[in-house]
Design a protein around this ligand. Sequence first.
Ligand SMILES: C[S@@+](CC[C@H](N)C(=O)[O-])C[C@H]1O[C@@H](n2cnc3c(N)ncnc32)[C@H](O)[C@@H]1O
Length: 423
Amino acid sequence: MVLPEEVAARILSETVRHRASLRDTATRFFSRNPELDYMKPIVRVLTLGVARNYMLLDKVLESLGYGPPSHSTRWMLARILVYEALSDKLKPTRARKLAPRAGLDADKILELRGAEPQEFVRGLGGVEKLSVLYSFPRWMVEELLGAEIPELPRLLESLNQDPTRWIRVKPEVDIEWLRERLRGQGVEIEPDRDLPDIARIVSGDSKATRTEEYQKGLYILQDKASALVSWVARPRDSVAVDPTAGAAVKASHMAWLGARYVVAGDVKPERIREARRTLSRLAVGHIIDLVAGDARQPYLRGFDVTVVDPPCSDIGRLQYEPEVKLWLTRGDIHYFRRLQLRIVSAVVEAALPGSTIVYSVCTLTRSETIWVIRRLLERHSDVEIVEPEPVLGEKPRRLPRSQRLLPHLHKTQGFFIAKLVKL
Ligand SMILES: C[S@@+](CC[C@H](N)C(=O)[O-])C[C@H]1O[C@@H](n2cnc3c(N)ncnc32)[C@H](O)[C@@H]1O
């Protein structure tokens, strides 16, 4: 009989092999194996736990004489057993059954129960210690150190935890009324003090997409930092564009904030299909046109406001998708920063004089964020950086006219926002 640990190991190695998301890989697995549906909650806990702690688990395995680490299904199973042992969840019968399948000695693994992670990083210092203890590749820690993030260990710890979840509410909906309605359906929300259309989900987040009000399009799940981007863009009465619009979350927000007309573009047909679903549920299809196109070409002209939210390394979203840590490389960061610079340069070229451009990315590496904006300003003398108001985040010393939202300080995704004006 197949056990949840084995399913989790398979999903983890498949995820890394395809550089897919854990969620998509698990959905595919369980649709092929519906009889195992009852395992979903435990498999979710195990896969997230291992993805968040994989380097620490490797260190423990190495201290027992195993290795070298890999992303094979067998090694994933070994990581899972160590994870369960350290969290005091490993039963001896389970260990004896599964340890041989992972090439491990069950007794050695059972002895780990109750051990403290700190024990395994003793003797390490500086970057190496942070890297192993929080399971971030060394280059990633160096990138974040280079970005001068305040209280870096707290950021790393926080990126390994579940996210705070937020909703964005339709303008004419009274948040207190919605609060009462959702309470009756098991979802507790608390209106945000900074942004009038945002509320934090206090409890019941798994039910938040199953309420009557959600089906009616009265709110959407969106992180507060991501919602801040459209507030910074100030799209009221404007003609606005988001050339890398994905599921049109920010584009729909610009429509709700009073843009007269919005164009949402994306290079991928499947993203346009997602965007179509967003527009239909939120009933903003009469304001937004969807177009398929490559944002590296300056093909969208004549707008007052542009939000450019290009692909990035997603490090600010690790709370949602920790698996990215297992495959992301420094080479990927260099690819993303070049792509971002090309897209934002094309946007600047196409922008009307006097128009606003907001660049945002859900990452915090210095190679993206600050580097991209600095290079852009060097290359384009006809663009100026301005205060990205409202400022709810922290201002990086090397680019004080920008803001960063940080999970450990602001309870949001990690986000970088800069605002530019075309002269
Ligand atoms: C970070 S997501 C955008 C999320 C979106 N702004 C939202 O709030 O829902 C980046 C998007 O850029 C798209 N993309 C990647 N390369 C592109 C390109 N060359 N031109 C246009 N879109 C591109 C991706 O398909 C992805 O949907």
